[in-house]
Write a protein of this length. Structure first.
Length: 187
């Protein structure tokens, strides 16, 4: 299973199933986009950039409707998560902020002429969390009780964790799903 690295605060929200979209500047790699839905690990980067006032303002504006969620978010020990794999999600589809309609080529004699984009229309906003330009719709978040130390990388990557740790992940007895603790014993 591959991992994706991002800010702890955003990935924690996804693992809790409170944030249903991951925003990126680039589309999914073809190797992942062709296999959707795909399960990935969430790696929380060491950076605390998401603590800036703009990000907190956005998070507050969305979580304010449920004060208990905002309170829980404000009381998380972020240092526990930074630099660790904190959970898993399933990417179900990719979205773009703008949807393009294109005509690829028209045969004009022996030459090919590329036409410009004919139409640009805004895709309906599916979530207040989506601000693009690309978004990956996510679901089935799992927040691990014990985050796993792992070095992050840019883009999607194979985590550098040992086989015993992987086995522990795959056979985890309990895990947090959203706000519920569930049994995940594999026989």
């Amino acid at each position: 299973m591959k991992a994706l690295s991002g800010y702890a605060e955003w990935f924690w929200l996804m693992a809790k199933n409170w944030k249903p979209v991951e925003n990126r500047k680039y589309p999914l790699p073809r190797s992942i986009a062709c296999d959707l839905p795909v399960r990935i690990y969430l790696h929380a980067s060491r950076s605390d950039h998401a603590q800036n006032s703009n990000d907190l303002g956005l998070i507050y504006s969305i979580l304010a409707a449920t004060p208990e969620r905002w309170w829980e978010f404000c009381n998380v020990d972020w240092a526990k998560y930074r630099g660790h794999i904190i959970g898993e999600i399933t990417i179900t589809k990719q979205m773009r902020k703008f949807q393009y309609t294109e005509v690829d080529y028209i045969d004009i004699g022996s030459q090919q002429k590329e036409l410009e984009i004919l139409e640009r229309e805004r895709e309906p906003c599916i979530s207040p969390w989506f601000f693009g330009p690309y978004g990956y719709a996510v679901e089935d978040g799992v927040l691990y009780d014990k985050p796993i130390l792992c070095r992050g990388k840019l883009g999607f990557f194979k985590p550098d964790i040992d086989i015993l740790t992987l086995a522990e992940l795959e056979h985890k007895e309990t895990r947090e799903v959203g706000t519920d603790i569930v049994s995940d014993r594999m026989n």
